[in-house]
Design a protein around this ligand. Structure first.
Ligand SMILES: [Zn+2]
Ligand SMILES: [Zn+2]
Length: 375
């Protein structure tokens, strides 16, 4: 049986009286659209502050405290608010609250719904998302898919460049990271990182890192034996992407991470492929790289389809604070639907710079905390 959040919202609305009874909400007035009473989420004493449209859509609103802004105005958001009140005596934004995951679990067991798969796919009636889906779908079909076996034949795997940076041959082989030695190809003299679709069988794009370091004279990444490029062009950039590939529409490692995220209900968001590899070396397989510091709408849709309740955000610890700001931005974008933990990195470091031992010490305990919530 497949359960999605939309379905749960409908079930809560249908069984509204049962839910109110459980949370000891006894005094309210009812009309053809809604019920009105004291807000059961923050407490208070205004007898008409809380409106729940039990006969019209299921949304709710708290006119004194705007509690729905904190928990989301869906029926599940209300259940989350009621649980927070019950468990943590929630009354104010800064108080501890229950997670969306807890609300889902509570609802499933309260209504005795047999849960095999909870998918938080966007609702069909959400026109904006739907339009975006359509557009992506078309674009996706226009991109030529390349078979994995062909990619492996075309590259020198494992890439020496990353071996020298401390990655194991095993992990580079697992992720098909290799050097492009074909001078006819745009990725020539670059380490190619293939990005696969969810099945892992076909690449939908490639990122390529120059094997040269930054030139002190022109700041680009060309072969130091040759002259600096006469004008600035993309060809000597540190990273380039294959034609038509849009980083903001894809999540790197989704093909490995999807199952693990579904099992653990937790996803880790990192910046780049190197972070994903290092975590995988530490036997952590639920990480996704957002390929930069911007978390796009399409990436959010992809993430929402994976069934996570908790997010660990680990952006780079760069000195100018770009990573830190990105983490805050993603938190804002996702905090109504996910339980968020931001993992701060030290200056100059990203997850890819850590050793496996450091990851075991810093990241694994945080994952254990999340794991316990959903067991
Ligand atoms: Zn309220
Ligand atoms: Zn130069």
């Amino acid at each position: 049986m497949s359960v999605n959040l939309n379905y749960l919202n409908k079930q809560i609305t249908k069984n509204w009286q049962q839910f109110l009874r459980h949370f000891e909400v006894e005094e309210y007035k009812e009309n053809s659209k809604m019920i009105a009473g004291v807000c059961p989420v923050h407490g208070g004493d205004n007898p008409t502050a809380f409106n729940w449209y039990v006969h019209k859509g299921g949304g709710w609103k708290c006119y004194t405290h705007a509690c729905e802004k904190h928990f989301y105005s869906t029926p599940l958001g209300l259940v989350r608010g009621l649980l927070s009140r019950q468990k943590h005596d929630w009354n104010h934004e800064e108080d501890n609250s229950s997670s969306l995951g807890e609300a889902i679990y509570f609802t499933l067991s309260f209504l005795k719904i047999n849960n095999k798969k909870i998918s938080s796919q966007p609702k069909n009636n959400d026109k904006k998302n739907f339009a975006l889906h359509e557009k992506q779908h078309k674009e996706k079909n226009m991109i030529k898919k390349i078979e994995r076996s062909f990619i492996r034949q075309s590259l020198q795997i494992p890439a020496d460049y990353y071996l020298k940076r401390g990655y194991s041959a095993k992990i580079l082989d697992k992720f098909d990271v290799g050097l492009c030695c074909n001078s006819q190809k745009p990725m020539y003299n670059r380490v190619v990182v293939p990005i696969y679709e969810d099945s892992g069988q076909y690449a939908i794009g490639f990122s390529g890192r120059s094997i040269f370091e930054k030139c002190n004279l022109c700041n680009s990444y060309h072969n130091p034996k040759g002259a600096c490029p006469s004008e600035k062009n993309g060809k000597t950039a540190k990273w380039i992407h294959s034609y038509g590939f849009k980083t903001q529409n894809n999540l790197y490692n989704i093909w490995n991470a999807a199952d693990e995220i579904y099992q653990t209900k937790t996803a880790i968001l990192v910046e780049g492929p190197g972070d994903v590899w290092r975590l995988a070396e530490a036997d952590i397989h639920n990480s996704l790289a957002i390929l930069g510091t911007n978390f796009g709408k399409q990436q959010r849709i992809l993430l929402d389809g994976l069934g996570a309740y908790s997010l660990l955000i680990i952006m780079d610890g760069d000195v100018n604070g770009v990573g830190r700001k990105a983490a805050q931005r993603i938190k804002k974008q996702c905090e109504k639907a996910y339980e968020i933990t931001i993992v701060e990195m030290d200056d100059h470091k990203d997850v890819g710079d850590l050793t496996v031992e450091q990851i075991n010490k810093k990241i694994k305990p945080l994952l254990k905390i999340e794991e316990k919530k959903y067991r």
